[in-house]
Design a protein around this ligand. Structure first.
Ligand code: ADP
Ligand code: MG
Length: 742
């Protein structure tokens, strides 16, 4: 009996090509083979008559290669050696010239071996004409083989035109293997496999219009029409989404069974804080505050993500949550990703609290402590002891908070700022300090599209601050394209001088620290195409140290210039930040260390050098540093990227909108999905097979609802054994860590 977990050899036999499936494509079971889906389909329904060609037509034609030749040349643009394959295709009508370009000469030589003369196949592409000959450039193709092969067996095994289906599957291949061979192997496998297990229960399939597994395999590999392809894709995407959403739903269920101390208030610190707050809360801050209060009162831990644009007032929301916990007799910790941010949070929180900050026997406030890695042992002694006694209700710090000697009296709430920079283990370490699991609030300024939130952070509740507090001035963003207008660089520095002359301050951001030194975790992003070929190598990028020197001697001579980057001693960083905040520095030349949360109201301009080196969301966050004090902000994106390049398109998107959500969608479309999910560092599902979080929003939403329905009715999934098995498998691997962390 052949099943999905039978070795793939069971359907391949001992043929020579078996190894190409196992080693070349990495398929080990029959199931792997059936899950090796076509990359696309060649529409062969109507083969074109070659004598009726018009330029620009799409042509699908059967033919035989009559000449094939590799031409080496030097690429004028890159100056590198390159190779193209030139072939002539014999058809029923006139001959066609076909040219194949590839970035990698090795690809060209591989194509040359596939497309030796005598090879027959179907070719599809857009017709052009050149000096009276019809031409196809990089056509798609399905090869049948060489009709005159000496090897009689090989010639016999070849594909025939009769086997050409209307939508012919084109599979991801490996050297020496053609699509039709994969098609045949898959066809055989489909006929001999006895049973295809059904992951999605029938009731759900009926409710959501999802076809069965057997049909889905038939239709994905051998469709009669596009509708079948679509239905099959829907099946596989839904299945994947359902498994993920079931895992997440079970986590949410599980989280509700974990005990936590309800924090229901009692003190009046929060009330007194609200009274003295110099502004009214926005409607969003108010509503989320109510949600958080309700969460904190539950006997299981809050697990909430607070997202909102830079400047939307997340800190106030977090501080109110912390005060609520202090009012309940507990303590709260705020974990920041960098020293600069921890210090800034400390300053702004103590400022917001005024004389409510300060512990001690005769105080009616609470102690607020700062704990960072740069503090000496003796500097820490005081804060550490006030945390143990509970005299301090609030502590703000960096990873130093995670160290063993940090003990709490009663840690009730952990606020994590910009969670992207925090690993799961670090969060778990703070959880451990609380004894019982604390409530957790995660803040992020990187807007996360709904489906990503549902997929990657599916076990979090999400709150979103959608409006900015009133009185925020708009940021104007302009592109400075040096490729076309090199002289505009001078104008950029004049603009900076004008801002400074008005009494304002400016940031200058560069991608490097100096020479080859980068901020931790960053590198020169190299653009690559899908095959990993390098499209553009990083040239010499602007570096903070050198730029600062050049500006001081040249265009910004006479201004007070400061330098900030991650390699500076924490004391120096802090001193520089303070000096900038105090207006003692006019222009701060910096790496992305100023990225998140830095708040200097008097800074109105930002110049980002080599802006194409930064991600869309990162640029958006960076520019959020200016225009915070009610003065209009200006952001200049300086780039050498050429007009029409993808990099320029990205920058245009940033210049074109200040809507962080729209930009996060752009980011998602541009980056590879895996990067996005991986970037969460969450250790959750880091790879998706058939799902795309943007494209498949509807499917993900449906699957989430379906998972909830299923689990409510049947918590152990006894009615869906295959789903239960797959969920259990994920829980065994990823879930094991999850349970430990909870
Ligand atoms: P975020 O952390 O979301 O970037 P912050 O919490 O730092 O934003 O708030 C940005 C600025 O707006 C701070 O100076 C803060 O005091 C102020 N702010 C917050 N909420 C309001 C509000 N409702 N009305 C007016 N100003 C506010
Ligand atoms: Mg902030």
């Amino acid at each position: 009996m052949i099943a999905l977990d039978s070795p793939v050899g069971a359907v391949l036999g001992a043929s020579k090509s078996a190894e190409k499936f196992t080693k070349g494509l990495g398929l080990s079971t029959v199931g792997d083979l059936l899950l090796h889906f076509p990359r696309r389909y060649l529409n062969t329904a109507d083969l074109t008559k070659v004598d009726e060609l018009r330029e620009g037509d799409y042509l699908t034609v059967v033919g035989e290669i009559v000449r094939s030749e590799v031409k080496e040349y030097t690429d004028r643009r890159t100056g590198r050696r390159a190779a193209r394959l030139e072939t002539v295709l014999g058809t029923d009508g006139p001959r066609l010239q076909m040219t194949f370009f590839a970035k990698n000469p090795r690809v060209t030589h591989w194509q040359a071996r596939r497309l030796a003369s005598g090879t027959r196949g179907v070719f599809m592409g857009k017709v052009g004409s050149f000096r009276g000959t019809w031409q196809l450039t990089n056509p798609q193709l399905v090869l049948f083989g060489d009709a005159d092969a000496d090897d009689g067996e090989a010639a016999e095994a070849m594909m025939t035109v009769e086997e050409l289906t209307a939508l012919f599957p084109i599979y991801p291949l490996t050297a020496g293997l053609e699509s039709w061979e994969v098609m045949r192997a898959v066809r055989f496998a489909r006929t001999v496999v006895d049973e295809v297990p059904e992951v999605v229960p029938e009731s759900i399939r009926t409710a959501y219009g999802v076809i069965g597994a057997r049909e889905a395999f038939d239709w994905i590999h051998a469709p009669d029409d596009w509708a079948q392809v679509k239905a099959a894709q829907r099946h596989f995407r839904f299945e994947e989404a359902l498994v993920l959403q079931t895992v997440l739903a079970r986590r949410r269920q599980f989280a509700r069974t974990i005990g936590a101390v309800p924090r229901t208030g009692g003190g009046d610190l929060l009330a007194r804080f609200d009274e003295r707050l110099p502004f009214a809360l926005t409607a969003g801050q108010d509503a989320i505050g109510v949600d958080i209060e309700r969460d904190l009162a539950q006997p299981h831990p809050m697990n909430r993500l607070l997202q909102g644009e830079v400047g939307s007032g997340k800190t106030v929301v977090a501080l109110r949550a912390m005060l609520r916990v202090v009012d309940s007799g507990g303590q709260a910790a705020l974990l920041a990703p960098t020293e600069v941010l921890a210090q800034q949070h400390y300053r702004s929180i103590t400022a917001l609290l005024g004389d409510l900050a300060g512990g001690g026997l005769f105080s009616d406030g609470t102690g607020v402590e700062l704990l960072t890695g740069s503090m000496t042992k003796s500097q820490r002694t005081g804060p550490l002891s006030r945390l143990v006694t509970g005299e301090a209700g609030i502590v703000i710090g960096t990873h130093a908070l995670l160290e063993d000697q940090v003990q709490f009296f009663d840690l009730g709430l952990v606020v994590v700022d910009e969670q992207h920079r925090f690993g799961v283990e670090q969060r778990a370490a703070l959880t451990d300090k609380a004894g019982t699991p604390p409530h957790v609030l995660v803040m992020t300024a990187t807007p996360i599209p709904r489906t990503v939130a549902m997929t990657v952070f599916g076990d979090l509740e999400v709150s979103t601050l959608t409006e900015l507090p009133a009185g925020r001035a708009p940021i104007q963003t302009s592109l400075v394209p040096l490729a076309e207008h090199p002289q505009w660089q001078g104008r950029v520095w004049e603009r900076v001088r004008e801002e400074v002359a008005k009494g304002s301050q400016a940031y200058v951001v560069a991608p490097r620290i100096s020479g080859d030194e980068h901020e931790q975790g960053e590198s020169d992003a190299v653009d690559r195409d899908e095959e990993g070929n390098v499209l553009s190598a990083p040239g010499s990028l602007s570096a903070v140290v050198e730029v600062a020197e050049q500006l001081a001697e040249g265009p910004l001579h006479g201004l007070r210039i400061g330098v900030l980057h991650g390699k500076l001693a924490p004391d120096d960083k802090d001193r520089t930040m303070r000096a900038f905040a105090a207006g003692e520095i006019d222009v701060l030349v910096s790496t992305t260390v100023i990225e998140v949360g830095v708040d200097v109201a008097n800074a109105t301009a930002m110049v980002i050098l080599d802006a194409d080196r930064f991600g869309v969301s990162q640029l958006h966050q960076l520019r959020g540093r200016v225009g915070r004090g009610g003065l209009p902000g200006l952001c200049l994106l300086v780039t050498h990227a050429e007009l029409g390049s993808p990099a320029r398109a990205r920058l245009d998107a940033v210049a074109g909108t200040t809507d962080g959500f729209a930009l996060s969608q752009v980011d998602l479309e541009l980056r590879r999905e895996g990067d996005i999910l991986g970037a969460s560092q969450s250790g959750r599902f880091s790879s998706l097979q058939n799902l795309r979080v943007l494209r498949d929003e509807r499917t993900i939403v449906d699957a989430r609802a379906a998972a909830t329905t299923l689990l409510d009715a049947d918590p152990d999934l006894t009615g869906a054994p295959e789903l239960a098995r797959m969920v259990a498998e994920i829980e065994r691997t990823e879930g094991a860590q999850f349970l430990e962390r909870s």
